[in-house]
Design a protein around this ligand. Sequence first.
Ligand SMILES: [Zn+2]
Length: 111
Amino acid sequence: MGEQGKMKRFYQDYNTVKVYQVKQLLTDAGIQCVVKNELIQGAAGEIPLNEAMPEIWLVDEEWDSKANQLLANFEQAQQEMSATAEWICSECHTVNEGDFGICWNCQTPRE
Ligand SMILES: [Zn+2]
């Protein structure tokens, strides 16, 4: 021990899907992290809610600022995405951004 940095709690959310999206985001960027307090069905009633919330911990707190930047970008992108709903091409079933007038894949106009 001793050689590794100190772990740091980075993120927590009741939305397990979002927790795993953030974990994937960090992992893709080469940031090592672990999920703690994964919600287990049936157990939530026995644990205080703030104890049961899934958490992401950075394996090394050195990554904190980089991880925060990634998270900020991620949340901004999520907001922009919900502002302009995606649509699915009727020809090739590709998902397109809301502000695309034609399919980026096959150029079929949006219906
Ligand atoms: Zn298409």
